[in-house]
Design a protein around this ligand. Structure first.
Ligand SMILES: [Zn+2]
Length: 249
Protein backbone atom coordinates (compact mmCIF):
# COMPACT_ATOMS: atom_id res chain seq x y z
CA UNK A 1 0.00 0.00 0.00
CA UNK A 2 1.28 3.48 -0.85
CA UNK A 3 2.50 5.36 2.18
CA UNK A 4 0.66 8.62 2.46
CA UNK A 5 -1.79 10.85 4.27
CA UNK A 6 -5.56 10.63 3.94
CA UNK A 7 -6.63 14.26 3.92
CA UNK A 8 -10.37 14.05 4.51
CA UNK A 9 -12.69 16.74 3.20
CA UNK A 10 -15.86 17.72 5.01
CA UNK A 11 -18.29 20.59 4.38
CA UNK A 12 -21.42 20.62 6.52
CA UNK A 13 -21.82 18.37 9.54
CA UNK A 14 -25.25 18.08 11.14
CA UNK A 15 -28.74 16.62 10.90
CA UNK A 16 -29.91 16.54 7.29
CA UNK A 17 -32.92 15.08 5.53
CA UNK A 18 -32.09 12.36 2.99
CA UNK A 19 -30.83 13.93 -0.22
CA UNK A 20 -30.00 13.01 -3.77
CA UNK A 21 -27.78 15.89 -4.83
CA UNK A 22 -24.61 17.52 -3.46
CA UNK A 23 -24.09 14.58 -1.13
CA UNK A 24 -20.33 15.19 -0.95
CA UNK A 25 -21.06 18.44 0.93
CA UNK A 26 -22.91 16.87 3.87
CA UNK A 27 -22.01 14.49 6.66
CA UNK A 28 -24.48 13.25 9.23
CA UNK A 29 -23.31 14.10 12.72
CA UNK A 30 -23.87 10.55 14.03
CA UNK A 31 -21.68 9.21 11.26
CA UNK A 32 -19.08 11.92 11.89
CA UNK A 33 -19.00 10.92 15.57
CA UNK A 34 -18.54 7.26 14.59
CA UNK A 35 -15.72 8.17 12.19
CA UNK A 36 -13.85 10.16 14.82
CA UNK A 37 -14.37 7.41 17.42
CA UNK A 38 -12.92 4.94 14.94
CA UNK A 39 -9.84 7.08 14.26
CA UNK A 40 -9.30 7.39 18.00
CA UNK A 41 -9.88 3.74 18.83
CA UNK A 42 -7.61 2.39 16.13
CA UNK A 43 -4.75 4.76 16.73
CA UNK A 44 -4.90 6.87 13.59
CA UNK A 45 -2.53 9.82 13.71
CA UNK A 46 -4.49 12.99 12.98
CA UNK A 47 -2.06 15.60 11.66
CA UNK A 48 -2.38 19.36 11.55
CA UNK A 49 -1.76 20.95 8.13
CA UNK A 50 1.61 22.20 9.44
CA UNK A 51 2.52 18.55 10.09
CA UNK A 52 1.17 17.52 6.68
CA UNK A 53 3.41 20.09 5.00
CA UNK A 54 6.46 18.89 6.95
CA UNK A 55 5.73 15.27 5.94
CA UNK A 56 5.16 16.12 2.26
CA UNK A 57 8.42 18.11 2.23
CA UNK A 58 10.25 15.11 3.67
CA UNK A 59 11.14 16.96 6.89
CA UNK A 60 9.27 14.41 8.99
CA UNK A 61 8.30 10.81 8.30
CA UNK A 62 4.68 10.15 7.41
CA UNK A 63 3.33 8.24 10.40
CA UNK A 64 1.36 5.06 9.81
CA UNK A 65 -2.40 5.64 9.46
CA UNK A 66 -1.93 9.37 8.96
CA UNK A 67 -5.07 11.46 8.51
CA UNK A 68 -5.83 15.18 8.31
CA UNK A 69 -9.27 16.70 8.81
CA UNK A 70 -10.36 19.64 6.65
CA UNK A 71 -13.66 21.54 6.68
CA UNK A 72 -14.52 23.81 3.78
CA UNK A 73 -16.37 27.15 3.87
CA UNK A 74 -16.66 27.82 7.64
CA UNK A 75 -20.24 26.78 8.33
CA UNK A 76 -21.90 27.56 11.63
CA UNK A 77 -22.57 23.83 12.00
CA UNK A 78 -18.82 23.21 12.22
CA UNK A 79 -18.92 25.03 15.55
CA UNK A 80 -22.22 23.51 16.70
CA UNK A 81 -21.74 19.88 15.63
CA UNK A 82 -18.21 18.97 14.55
CA UNK A 83 -16.01 20.91 16.95
CA UNK A 84 -17.35 19.40 20.21
CA UNK A 85 -16.60 15.92 18.80
CA UNK A 86 -13.14 16.92 17.59
CA UNK A 87 -12.35 18.38 20.99
CA UNK A 88 -13.41 15.17 22.71
CA UNK A 89 -10.47 13.44 21.03
CA UNK A 90 -8.09 16.39 20.81
CA UNK A 91 -7.94 16.03 17.01
CA UNK A 92 -6.50 18.97 15.08
CA UNK A 93 -8.72 20.30 12.31
CA UNK A 94 -8.58 23.12 9.80
CA UNK A 95 -11.53 25.19 8.62
CA UNK A 96 -11.06 26.98 5.30
CA UNK A 97 -12.77 30.39 5.42
CA UNK A 98 -14.13 32.48 2.57
CA UNK A 99 -12.58 35.79 3.59
CA UNK A 100 -15.21 38.05 2.05
CA UNK A 101 -18.19 36.10 3.40
CA UNK A 102 -17.35 35.70 7.09
CA UNK A 103 -20.59 36.06 9.10
CA UNK A 104 -22.71 35.92 5.93
CA UNK A 105 -24.37 33.05 4.13
CA UNK A 106 -23.12 30.49 1.63
CA UNK A 107 -25.02 31.86 -1.36
CA UNK A 108 -23.72 29.11 -3.64
CA UNK A 109 -25.53 26.43 -1.59
CA UNK A 110 -29.28 26.03 -2.29
CA UNK A 111 -30.47 26.74 1.29
CA UNK A 112 -27.85 29.44 1.99
CA UNK A 113 -26.51 28.04 5.30
CA UNK A 114 -24.93 30.56 7.72
CA UNK A 115 -21.16 31.00 7.86
CA UNK A 116 -19.43 31.65 11.18
CA UNK A 117 -19.04 35.27 12.31
CA UNK A 118 -15.70 36.83 13.29
CA UNK A 119 -16.11 36.47 17.05
CA UNK A 120 -16.98 32.78 16.77
CA UNK A 121 -13.93 32.18 14.59
CA UNK A 122 -11.66 33.98 17.05
CA UNK A 123 -13.12 32.00 19.96
CA UNK A 124 -12.55 28.72 18.12
CA UNK A 125 -8.99 29.77 17.38
CA UNK A 126 -8.44 30.34 21.11
CA UNK A 127 -9.72 26.81 21.67
CA UNK A 128 -7.11 25.42 19.27
CA UNK A 129 -8.98 25.19 15.97
CA UNK A 130 -6.89 25.97 12.88
CA UNK A 131 -8.07 28.20 10.05
CA UNK A 132 -7.05 28.48 6.43
CA UNK A 133 -8.11 30.43 3.35
CA UNK A 134 -10.74 29.55 0.73
CA UNK A 135 -10.60 32.63 -1.56
CA UNK A 136 -12.40 35.93 -0.95
CA UNK A 137 -15.65 35.21 -2.80
CA UNK A 138 -15.80 31.42 -3.41
CA UNK A 139 -15.22 31.44 -7.14
CA UNK A 140 -13.63 28.88 -9.43
CA UNK A 141 -10.11 30.16 -10.06
CA UNK A 142 -9.27 28.17 -13.19
CA UNK A 143 -9.41 30.41 -16.23
CA UNK A 144 -10.05 33.68 -14.36
CA UNK A 145 -8.03 36.77 -15.36
CA UNK A 146 -4.68 36.94 -13.53
CA UNK A 147 -5.64 40.10 -11.65
CA UNK A 148 -8.80 38.52 -10.28
CA UNK A 149 -6.95 35.33 -9.29
CA UNK A 150 -4.41 37.41 -7.38
CA UNK A 151 -7.17 39.32 -5.60
CA UNK A 152 -8.89 36.07 -4.56
CA UNK A 153 -5.74 34.28 -3.45
CA UNK A 154 -3.58 37.04 -1.97
CA UNK A 155 -6.50 39.18 -0.79
CA UNK A 156 -7.88 36.23 1.14
CA UNK A 157 -4.56 35.72 2.97
CA UNK A 158 -4.26 39.38 3.96
CA UNK A 159 -7.87 39.57 5.17
CA UNK A 160 -7.69 36.40 7.26
CA UNK A 161 -4.34 37.34 8.79
CA UNK A 162 -5.93 40.63 9.76
CA UNK A 163 -8.96 38.85 11.22
CA UNK A 164 -6.92 36.32 13.21
CA UNK A 165 -3.90 38.47 14.05
CA UNK A 166 -1.43 35.77 12.96
CA UNK A 167 -0.01 34.09 9.88
CA UNK A 168 -2.45 31.98 7.89
CA UNK A 169 -0.55 29.45 5.81
CA UNK A 170 -2.96 26.94 4.31
CA UNK A 171 -5.26 27.43 1.36
CA UNK A 172 -8.01 25.45 -0.31
CA UNK A 173 -9.27 26.00 -3.88
CA UNK A 174 -13.06 26.52 -3.99
CA UNK A 175 -14.65 23.60 -5.89
CA UNK A 176 -11.09 22.25 -6.15
CA UNK A 177 -10.80 24.49 -9.23
CA UNK A 178 -7.20 25.36 -10.08
CA UNK A 179 -4.87 25.63 -13.04
CA UNK A 180 -1.16 26.31 -13.27
CA UNK A 181 -1.73 30.09 -13.08
CA UNK A 182 -3.73 29.84 -9.85
CA UNK A 183 -1.21 27.44 -8.28
CA UNK A 184 1.54 29.92 -9.12
CA UNK A 185 -0.57 32.74 -7.68
CA UNK A 186 -0.95 30.71 -4.47
CA UNK A 187 2.83 30.27 -4.31
CA UNK A 188 3.41 33.97 -4.95
CA UNK A 189 0.93 34.92 -2.22
CA UNK A 190 2.94 32.86 0.26
CA UNK A 191 0.53 29.98 0.94
CA UNK A 192 2.49 26.98 2.23
CA UNK A 193 -0.09 24.40 1.25
CA UNK A 194 -3.23 24.24 -0.86
CA UNK A 195 -5.77 21.46 -1.12
CA UNK A 196 -7.84 20.33 -4.09
CA UNK A 197 -10.66 17.82 -4.57
CA UNK A 198 -8.52 15.29 -6.46
CA UNK A 199 -9.33 12.01 -4.74
CA UNK A 200 -6.03 10.42 -3.76
CA UNK A 201 -3.61 9.84 -0.93
CA UNK A 202 -1.20 12.75 -0.30
CA UNK A 203 2.40 11.55 -0.62
CA UNK A 204 5.93 13.00 -0.78
CA UNK A 205 5.51 13.05 -4.57
CA UNK A 206 2.85 15.75 -4.28
CA UNK A 207 3.25 19.46 -4.82
CA UNK A 208 2.22 21.01 -1.46
CA UNK A 209 0.09 23.49 -3.42
CA UNK A 210 -2.05 20.81 -5.07
CA UNK A 211 -2.66 18.32 -2.27
CA UNK A 212 -5.36 15.73 -2.95
CA UNK A 213 -8.24 15.05 -0.57
CA UNK A 214 -11.01 12.55 -0.13
CA UNK A 215 -14.58 13.76 0.40
CA UNK A 216 -16.59 12.12 3.15
CA UNK A 217 -20.12 12.17 1.77
CA UNK A 218 -23.66 11.88 3.07
CA UNK A 219 -23.99 8.30 1.88
CA UNK A 220 -20.74 7.05 3.40
CA UNK A 221 -21.08 4.49 6.16
CA UNK A 222 -18.04 3.87 8.33
CA UNK A 223 -17.09 1.00 6.04
CA UNK A 224 -17.46 3.34 3.06
CA UNK A 225 -15.09 5.87 4.59
CA UNK A 226 -12.53 3.19 5.40
CA UNK A 227 -12.81 1.88 1.85
CA UNK A 228 -12.13 5.39 0.51
CA UNK A 229 -9.20 5.78 2.88
CA UNK A 230 -7.47 2.47 2.39
CA UNK A 231 -8.48 1.08 -0.99
CA UNK A 232 -9.64 3.81 -3.31
CA UNK A 233 -6.46 5.66 -4.06
CA UNK A 234 -6.62 6.40 -7.75
CA UNK A 235 -6.82 10.09 -8.67
CA UNK A 236 -9.61 11.01 -11.09
CA UNK A 237 -7.28 13.12 -13.20
CA UNK A 238 -3.51 13.70 -13.17
CA UNK A 239 -2.74 16.55 -10.76
CA UNK A 240 -1.50 19.92 -11.96
CA UNK A 241 2.01 20.35 -10.65
CA UNK A 242 4.53 23.13 -10.80
CA UNK A 243 7.91 22.04 -12.24
CA UNK A 244 9.74 20.16 -9.48
CA UNK A 245 6.68 20.58 -7.23
CA UNK A 246 7.85 24.13 -6.54
CA UNK A 247 11.08 22.98 -4.91
CA UNK A 248 14.31 24.75 -5.86
CA UNK A 249 16.23 22.71 -8.47
ZN1 LIG B 1 -16.05 25.75 -0.71
Amino acid sequence: MTHGINILMYHQVGHFAPMREHRASYCRVDRFAAQMAWLHRFGYRVLSMDEVVACIAGQAPIPPRAVALTFDDGYQNFHDEAWPILRRYGFPAIVYLVAGLVGKRADWVHDRPPLMPVERIRALRREGCHFGGHSTSHVKLAGLPAERVRAEVAGCKAALEDLLGERVDHYCYPYGSHDLASVEAAAEAGWRSATTCARALATVADDPLTLPRKAVAYGDSLVGVLWKMHLKNTPKAPPIRRPGNGLPA
